[in-house]
Design a protein around this ligand. Structure first.
Ligand SMILES: C[S@@+](CC[C@H](N)C(=O)[O-])C[C@H]1O[C@@H](n2cnc3c(N)ncnc32)[C@H](O)[C@@H]1O
Length: 255
């Protein structure tokens, strides 16, 4: 049994999570920098003309925005890895499991899981949308090489609502910040149906997401899974503020 957690110091490059379909990450960064600079300039101007109320409003807005950006970057670059390292370590894997990561992106979870599988296999599936910077199968494979786990990692292109795997294939299914990207509640239910279909009896699910996690929990119970639980993953996975937390839903398929 593997009793350690994966190393949170990563050698790969995992990009930044976000919605970059309409405005690229670079332009979103430029826009935010311009807004912060304008707010600072306004605050200074209010101070120069002696308007303390104006300076207080623009100064606190600047601070709020900077804290929001800092929390977001911390979560996507550091917090996500710390939290998932703990989640994966707590699963106490034997080391020979078949693990599937739904919407693996550049491999943040996939490759940490692979570290715990010296005799197993970690499969990542994704459609490579612009929900993460530089999101391509090549980037994920490159990261697998850098982390020294390429021998046990497979990267597939496919839709998580129609998984190209046989029933009862995987011992563990993990996913982070993916299901909320699906266009409808029916698609999210289909993704959960598919995850349960390809999970072996006795296999476990650990799905983290921003929205609708109460519905995921309810649907997994409807599907007959046991020990279905949901918990808030805390400040290391706030996306800018406490009102954008990530929650983890865990469950086990009946034997
Ligand atoms: C915010 S990224 C998270 C990536 C990774 N799980 C992580 O935590 O680093 C969301 C990922 O979900 C993928 N995705 C969205 N809809 C998908 C679908 N229907 N099937 C497969 N992947 C999907 C995107 O391409 C993207 O890689």
């Amino acid at each position: 049994m593997t009793t350690h957690s994966p190393d949170v110091r990563r050698r790969g490059d995992y990009g930044v999570d976000g919605d970059f379909g309409v405005i690229s990450a670079r332009w979103q960064g430029v826009i935010l920098a311009v807004i912060v600079a304008a707010l600072i300039a306004l605050t200074v101007r209010y101070l120069v003309v002696g308007s303390l109320v104006g300076a207080l409003v623009t100064g606190s807005s600047t601070l709020g925005l900077v804290l929001f950006i800092g929390s977001y970057l911390y979560t996507t670059r550091v917090g996500k890895f710390e939290v998932w390292s703990r989640i994966l370590g707590d699963l106490r894997l034997r080391g020979d499991e078949q693990v599937l990561d739904l919407g693996c992106g550049r491999g943040a979870l996939l490759l940490m899981a692979a570290e715990l599988l010296p005799r197993g296999r970690a499969v990542g599936i994704d459609l490579w949308q612009a929900d993460q910077t530089g999101n391509t199968p090549a980037a994920t494979r490159r990261n697998a090489e850098r982390e020294g786990v390429a021998d046990r990692v497979e990267v597939e292109t496919g839709d998580i609502t129609r998984l190209p795997f046989a029933d009862n294939t995987f011992d563990l299914i993990i996913s982070n910040l993916v299901l909320h990207n699906l266009p409808s509640a029916a698609d999210r239910r289909a993704a959960l149906d598919e995850a349960v279909r390809v999970l072996r009896p006795g296999g476990r699910l650990a799905i983290a997401d921003l929205l609708s996690t109460d519905r995921y929990r309810a649907h997994l119970r409807e599907l007959g899974l046991t020990d279905v639980q949901r918990r808030n993953l805390g400040p290391r996975m706030w996306w800018g503020a406490p009102w954008f937390p990530t929650r983890l839903v865990t469950a086990t398929k009946k034997t």
